[in-house]
Structures are given as C-alpha cells and as structure tokens.
Design a protein around this ligand. Structure first.
Ligand SMILES: [Zn+2]
Length: 311
C-alpha cells in the first residue's frame, strides 16, 4: 500500500517553536498556487508575529503566546486544508514537530501529546520496529516467530477489519508483549483531504475493532495510512489516549523490491532515526519476512536493542 510522502524540508520564516500549525502552513505554502500561497503565508506570518509579540510583552510561559496565535493559526490551517495539499506531516524526516498545544474546541481534548512521535521510549542505541497493515493469517505468525527468536518487540499497526477477522492473531500479538496501533478502517492514504466526520469514523471504528479483537488491550498508537495526518485527526487519536506514530526508516517493502534491497535500505536509513516501517499485510510479504530474518540478528550484532516509540 502506498506510503509515499512529501519529504518537506524546514526553512520557516515563522517562529516554529510558537506553533506547529504556523510552521506547517508556511512550509506547505510553497507547494500552492499564488493566491492561495500568499493568503496562507500572510496568515502564518501574522500568527507567528502575534505569538512573538505576545511572548515579548510577557515574561511568562510560551503557552500564552501559543494561545494568542491559535485563532490565526487555525485560520491558516483551515485555508490549507481547503486548498488541499498532500500529507501535511513530514513523518519521514525524523523531525519531531513543535509543541502541539493548539486544539480544536469542537473535538474532545487530547489525553496524550498530539505531536507525532518517532523517537524511542528508551534513549540509547535502539530501534522501534513497526509492522503495518495486518494482521494477516499467512504472514503475521511468521513475523511473530522471528521476533520471538531474536527477543525483539514491535508495534503492530492493524487495520480494523483485519483485526476483527483475526482476533486470535491480535491476542497472540498482545500476549507476546508487542503493542497495538490503530491503522484505520480503510487504509485511505488521502483521508487527510476528507471530511472530519470521515476521519473520525476511520480512527474510532478501527479502535473499537481492535478493542474487541484484543479483549480490551491497550491501543498505544494511531498511525494514519500513508502518514495522512491532520491536526484534527491527531487530536481525535490523542483524545483516545493514542499517540500519533510516524517513522524514520521506510524501505518500501510493500513494493517488493527484493529482500536484499529491503535489508540494504533499512541499514542505509538507520541514521535517520529509530522507527522502522515494514509490513505484514497488504499482499505477499515473503520478502519482508526474509528481510527481518536477516536484519534482526544483524541489528543485535551491531549492538542495537529493541524499544517502543515514546507513548
Ligand atoms: Zn499502512
């Protein structure tokens, strides 16, 4: 399945620290046509300026500035969503966005940090394995076997209906000490361009399916298909205590480029960060299984441990 993303580079003319949305609006403005781009840039600049002004007139906390900028920032973000852009989150860059304190008051409040996480819960030399699009009766058991063999833990980002169809596999994953991640109902990589009600349904119904299939095990994360997060979808996930999960290392294993290519891509991309994305669903995953069989002992031999993304 398509996990392509825009790898958006940073170079903001706004104070990114003040507001993630301001920064995002400015970044994405470059990809828009003129009138839209100008409008969004103006709004983003105004938001940044408002934040800085407020901050400079107070010696108090940054939150004040963020709140002051929130109105304008949301306007900028709304303008962006309306105009349409691709995946707003630079999930593959390994950068963690700034403080995500701007919330939509029409949605339930977040219970965990809304920012997209890619770093390990334990510092040190670790990787976070994340395994997407299952569970699948043919491939998930093979992946579980390899993880057990090398004493590795992983996050399984499951598609709701797949979990509902294979509750036995969901329970096995949990019983082996791995973590669950909500990966939506339909794996719609354009869900960031769809109405909010649709996004909410995709996230919450999949969560309910995972809850049922697992017998109530904790669903630690939400990963938007293809990284198609929006500020609102991040808040919906966070309001259900699910941390939004990105990645750093993407070997495109779902395209089946060959086992060696997958292994090489993962090794080459490791300097980007600890969170590795591979797949146990969505098609024939023989190459991925074989790649893991080669990769895990290599990681061990290089002194890597296996951790989870920060929750
Ligand atoms: Zn996926």
């Amino acid at each position: 399945m398509n996990h392509d993303e825009h790898d958006v580079d940073e170079e903001n003319d706004v104070d990114e620290e003040n507001n993630e949305n301001n920064a995002k609006a400015a970044r994405n403005a470059r990809n828009l046509t003129h009138p839209a781009r100008d409008a969004v840039r103006r709004a983003a600049r105004a938001a940044g300026k408002a934040a800085r002004t407020t901050a400079s007139t107070r010696t108090g906390r940054r939150t004040t500035a963020v709140l002051a900028a929130a109105g304008i920032a949301l306007t900028a973000t709304a303008a962006l969503s309306a105009i349409s852009e691709s995946h707003a989150e630079p999930a593959a860059t390994g950068k963690t966005a700034g403080a995500s304190t701007v919330t939509d008051p029409s949605l339930p409040p977040p219970k965990v940090d809304m920012a997209i996480v890619r770093e390990s819960a334990d510092g040190g030399k670790n990787v976070n394995l994340t395994i997407d699009d299952g569970p699948d009766p043919r491939w998930t058991p093979k992946v579980l076997e390899i993880l057990e063999k090398y004493h590795a833990k992983a996050v399984f980002c499951m598609i709701g209906p797949n979990a509902a169809a294979h509750p036995d596999l969901v329970k096995k994953v949990v019983a082996a000490g791995h973590r669950l991640c909500d990966h939506s109902i339909s794996h719609d990589t354009a869900m960031d361009k769809k109405p909010l009600a649709y996004q909410r349904k995709e996230i919450l119904e999949a969560k309910r399916m995972l809850d049922e299939a697992s017998g109530g095990a904790k669903v630690w994360y939400y990963r938007a298909p293809g990284g198609a997060f929006t500020p609102q979808s991040r808040q919906i996930a966070a309001s259900e205590s699910m941390r939004n999960l990105g990645w750093n290392v993407d070997p495109d294993d779902y395209r089946r480029p060959g086992t060696d290519t997958i292994v090489r891509a993962i090794k080459n991309q490791l300097p980007k960060g600890p969170t590795i994305l591979v797949h146990d669903g969505g098609g024939n995953r023989a190459q991925t299984v074989e790649a893991l069989e080669q990769l895990l002992p290599w990681l061990r031999s290089q002194g890597y441990g296996f951790s989870f993304p920060k929750a």
